[in-house]
Design a protein around this ligand. Structure first.
Ligand SMILES: Nc1ncnc2c1ncn2[C@@H]1O[C@H](COP(=O)(O)OP(=O)(O)O)[C@@H](O)[C@H]1O
Ligand SMILES: [Mg+2]
Length: 396
């Protein structure tokens, strides 16, 4: 037997594993690295987050990704070069985090790498009958494995598509295993570049469990900041938006986009929610050209309303649910105040009260997915595709 298969077999058979979960979402803010100690599998999974760190992307990394990100016409050469290049950057970040935490790479069993989405194209977006759902992540797992010396599980989304899904959101799987409490219906909202939520009705067999994107999260807000306030990374606490005036006519126009009324589960990305497309729409249809602060004020409310409209429509008992909030958007005070006003009586808890900090949650969920691929695979997730996701790369 190949010694690496034997090592993998031993890791898979072990009840306790050290798994690094990686997440770099559509916000392009950086790479989240969560070092988790995971015991058990399936509904017996227990996670302890031992360390967490976000490495911000340098402008060079951001610009290189942006050159191929969510665009229809790109340099194929640039894409080809970026694929291994980004892996090496991620590998260096992992090694540097381990050094900081005083942990040797040989102590880590597995890396779970999401990669960087460069194009997300479900059928609902491209509508070309010849093709189905599609999504593409770069930052190949082989390169991470070789550069870190750690077995790497990566490219989780393809199997979900092969099994009939849109490749996203995958949060449901980890949410089912970590947050399901019998008799306690729960909503888990994540506001990354795009917003999504999981609903767990609180039964043993995940009957009625659902997950969907709702539309934009931080992506439109960040794009406006990038364009009009290039010295800033984002609208800290929603302060600039708070100084602007909401244009309700424009808000109504943007909310008429078909995506918002499509049935769930549905997924989207910056391919659709691109701010210049929305600006052109309001200029052409209403003759309105908003000042940057008014644009931010209106987009912040658009983000909040499309999240809460979807929750209210899809979760009739939303008032009786326990609610958790995660992702960078939960730090945006204005956005969260809109959401709480639109869902009266709601309090979005940080999942850190259950040991998983909101900023680390997505990276942790990928660590859990890798754990399932190696040691689980027996859980049925209700109406959602129940498959083991991810490809395994050996270091040598
Ligand atoms: N204090 C804050 N105020 C407003 N927005 C914030 C704050 N902290 C983080 N964010 C937003 O969160 C984004 C990062 O969120 P994240 O969950 O990492 O998204 P992704 O998964 O797409 O990478 C930032 O780009 C920014 O827009
Ligand atoms: Mg991020």
């Amino acid at each position: 037997m190949n010694a690496q298969i034997e090592k993998l077999y031993n890791i898979s058979s072990s009840d306790k594993k050290w798994i690094i979960g990686l997440m770099s979402g559509t916000s392009l803010d950086g790479l989240d690295i969560a070092l988790c100690q995971i015991t058990g599998a399936g509904i017996k999974t227990k996670v302890e987050v031992k360390h967490f760190k976000t490495f911000s992307y340098s402008n060079e990394v951001k610009d290189n990704i942006l050159s191929v990100f969510a665009r229809k016409n790109i340099s194929f050469e640039a894409l080809t070069l970026l694929n291994p290049w980004l892996s090496r950057i991620h590998a260096e970040m992992i090694l540097s985090a381990l050094k900081e935490w005083n942990i040797k790479p040989s102590e880590i069993d597995v890396i779970a790498s999401h990669g960087q989405t460069v194009f997300h194209s479900p059928f609902r977006l491209h509508k070309n009958k010849e093709f189905g759902n599609a999504t593409f992540q770069i930052g190949d797992g082989d390169h991470i494995a070789v550069h870190t010396g750690i077995i790497t599980v990566s490219d989780f989304r393809q199997k979900h598509i092969a099994a009939g899904g849109e490749g996203a959101p995958l949060a449901l799987y980890g949410d089912c295993l970590l947050f399901n409490e019998i008799g306690v219906p729960t909503i888990l909202l994540n506001i990354g570049g795009i917003s999504n939520f999981t609903y767990l009705p609180g039964n043993e067999i995940f009957k009625g469990a659902l997950v969907t994107d709702t539309g934009p999260g931080n992506t439109l807000l960040d794009a406006v900041i990038n364009k009009f306030y290039p010295h800033l990374s984002f609208d800290l606490d929603g302060k600039i938006a708070s100084s602007g005036k909401i244009n309700y006519e424009v808000l109504k126009l943007w909310k008429s986009l078909p995506f918002f009324s499509e049935s769930i589960p549905k997924t989207t990305g910056p391919e659709l929610f691109e701010y210049s497309f929305l600006i052109t729409m309001s200029k052409e249809k209403l003759g309105v050209d908003l000042y940057p602060q008014d644009l931010l004020a209106t987009l912040t409310l658009l983000t909040a309303e499309t999240i809460t409209d979807c929750i209210k429509r899809e979760v009739p008992n939303w008032k009786e649910t326990r609610k958790f909030g995660s992702g960078g958007g939960c730090h945006n005070k204005l956005l969260m105040s809109h959401i709480q006003r639109l869902l009266p009586g709601s309090n979005f808890l940080n999942p850190s009260i259950l040991g998983i900090p909101g900023d680390a949650k997505e990276a942790v969920l990928f660590a859990v997915l890798a754990n399932e691929t190696l040691s689980g695979g027996n859980t049925n997730y209700g109406d959602n595709p129940s498959v083991c996701m991810g490809k395994i790369s050996f270091p040598s």
